[in-house]
Design a protein around this ligand. Structure first.
Ligand code: NAD
Ligand code: MLT
Length: 311
């Protein structure tokens, strides 16, 4: 039984797979699509993070594949329709990186509100500039959390601890749940029009692609601050660049991009008020161990023909 691993996944999780009778673990990262098509031909299971693109061509090339495990939440890098057609089960690990992603969101929000990366870079250039980096406080400000699932809820709790007024938009957020959390339930239009900070926490789907587009930016307050630690593509990057150029958006903190890695000459990188990280939301030691253990357990269940949880 060949278990193919094509992204960096913690060995603490992979140990469960190695222990399966007859299992042979093949770790090959950084494969091109043709290389992956070759490698997957005789694989029984494939484990990935977000880097490997599991396209229809890749799935079609597989002869024995039974399961694809995603060590994380988003499955937008896997062609789910093609997997379903081929009878391949797709499982993920939705709980293990919630706190890591929520904490990174807050780190990014504060870093951009207080210009921490810019001030750090300025000191390293030999300056002691205390005038250029006057930030804004969070207390008393309104934050819109778009997508009130696992991560959005944890971000909302942290925002409340900073004394922020929290607006929540999510088609599945009930009035009762919102009250329980201390969040004010709003429509998308209301939330983005009232907010000083907007943070997105939805999956990337047909419905959420470019949820923050030109029209949405036009409805926002002057000087709004934007955070995206969910998925590139939820925000229309061209529209964001225009809103940054016009001053409508005062700052943006982005962990994810429409194209990853983001090209070095991307217009977003020319704005000094944009803070970026290379898709690090889930990159804590704790989260990487959690998701590896969780997804490996799911893959083991599928391979053993046992009921699994997160399909
Ligand atoms: P989740 O499924 O718990 O929550 C997603 C929420 O989005 C759900 O409550 C859902 O109802 C809501 N939603 C779906 N469509 C919506 C829409 N059109 N408008 C508003 N809300 C909508 O998932 P989660 O664990 O909170 O993760 C959210 C996303 O964050 C993931 O799908 C993944 O893409 C991303 N993520 C990124 C990182 C990172 O490294 N940057 C880490 C973990 C997760
Ligand atoms: C996820 O969806 O879980 C994130 O993109 C994190 C990751 O895969 O590293």
């Amino acid at each position: 039984m060949k278990i193919l691993v094509t992204d960096d996944i913690s060995p603490l999780g992979l140990a469960q797979l190695e222990a399966l009778p007859g299992a042979s673990l093949v770790v090959r990262t950084g494969l091109s699509e043709p290389e992956l098509m070759e490698e997957i031909r005789d694989a029984d299971a494939l484990l990935v993070r977000s880097q490997t693109q599991v396209t229809e061509r890749v799935i079609e090339a597989a002869q024995r594949l039974r399961v694809i495990g995603r060590a994380g939440v988003g499955v937008d890098n896997i062609d789910l329709a093609a997997a379903t057609r081929k009878g391949v089960v797709v499982v993920n690990a939705p709980d293990g990186n919630t706190i890591a992603a929520a904490e990174h969101t807050f780190a990014m929000l504060i870093a951009s509100a207080r210009y921490i990366p810019q001030a750090d870079a300025s000191i390293r250039r030999g300056k002691w500039d205390r005038k250029s980096f006057v930030g804004v406080e969070l207390r008393g400000k309104t934050i819109a959390v778009l997508g009130m699932g696992r991560i959005g809820t944890e971000v909302a709790k942290r925002a409340m601890a900073f004394g922020m007024r929290v607006l929540g938009y999510d088609p599945f957020l009930t009035e009762e749940r919102a009250r329980e959390l201390g969040v004010i339930r709003k429509s998308l239009e209301e939330a983005i029009a009232e907010a000083d900070f907007i943070t997105v926490h939805t999956p990337l789907t047909k419905e959420t692609r470019h949820m923050l587009n030109r029209d949405a930016f036009a409805r926002m307050k002057e000087g709004v601050r934007i955070v995206n630690c969910a998925r590139g593509g939820i925000i229309d990057e061209e529209a964001l660049c225009e809103a940054l150029a016009s001053g409508k958006v005062a700052a943006a903190a982005l962990d994810v991009f429409e194209q990853e890695p983001i090209p070095a000459d991307h217009p977003l990188l020319s704005f000094p008020n944009v803070v970026v990280t290379p898709h690090l939301g889930a990159s804590t030691h704790e989260a990487q161990v959690n998701v590896a253990i969780d997804v490996a357990a799911e893959v083991v269940r599928v391979l053993r023909g046992e009921p699994f949880r997160n399909a």
